[in-house]
Design a binder for this molecule. Structure first.
Ligand code: SF4
Length: 193
């Protein structure tokens, strides 16, 4: 059976996908399923401020405990590094088209590194349950990392289940955030660019 490492951007976005993984398996491109062993991983140093980061991290831990999952937390809050890179590599030298591209890359790269180290077969992310995220860029970033690490990236389009997932999270009393995560998303009042 394949081993899946799934990046959880937050607990509410993981709830529906976890339910599907548990009951059906990992969704394939042809809309059939394959059974996998799955492990969620929390790595989101983009979240600001620290108190919000801790809330989301603790919500992830709470949900993993509820579901008896050995969730992994790579505990890093990186306001300075994140902001500096956005200014330099997005604003000045245009290495990334938008800050979200850098944000996806930073998080998913770390998840791929972990997957390589611990011999996972597939990597995915819960970011793609959200209709507010840029799916094309997530797919591009995932595919680039797939080539770099020689580990499959599975793009999961769960947008049609976003509201249902949020409802399930509320019923479980899981903390729900009100903005995407970084300081720019608080300031702009938007979820993403
Ligand atoms: S809006 Fe969201 S995805 Fe975009 S940079 Fe901020 S935290 Fe990351």
């Amino acid at each position: 059976m394949k081993k899946l490492l799934i990046h959880a951007c937050c607990a509410p976005c993981f709830v529906y996908i976890e339910n599907d993984l548990r009951n059906n398996g990992l969704l394939k491109d042809d809309n059939t399923y394959e059974k996998v062993e799955y492990t969620p991983i929390f790595y989101n140093p983009n979240i600001h401020p620290k108190v919000e980061y801790e809330r989301r991290k603790n919500a992830f831990i709470k949900f993993c405990d509820m579901k008896n999952l050995n969730g992994i937390v790579l505990d890093e809050y990186d306001l300075n590094g994140f902001a500096k890179t956005v200014v330099q590599d997005v604003g000045e030298n245009k290495k990334y088209k938008i800050r979200c591209e850098y944000c996806y890359y930073k998080r998913l790269k770390k998840v791929f590194e972990y997957a390589k180290q611990y011999s996972y077969d597939v990597v995915s992310t819960t970011l793609t349950i959200s209709p507010y995220q840029n799916h094309d860029i997530i797919k591009q970033v995932g595919k680039k990392l797939e080539e770099e690490f020689n580990i499959e990236f599975r793009y999961l389009d769960y947008r049609g289940h976003f509201r249902e997932g949020q409802k399930m999270a509320r019923e479980l009393d899981i903390y729900m955030q009100k903005y995407c995560g970084c300081m720019f998303s608080i300031d702009s009042g938007k979820w993403v660019y």
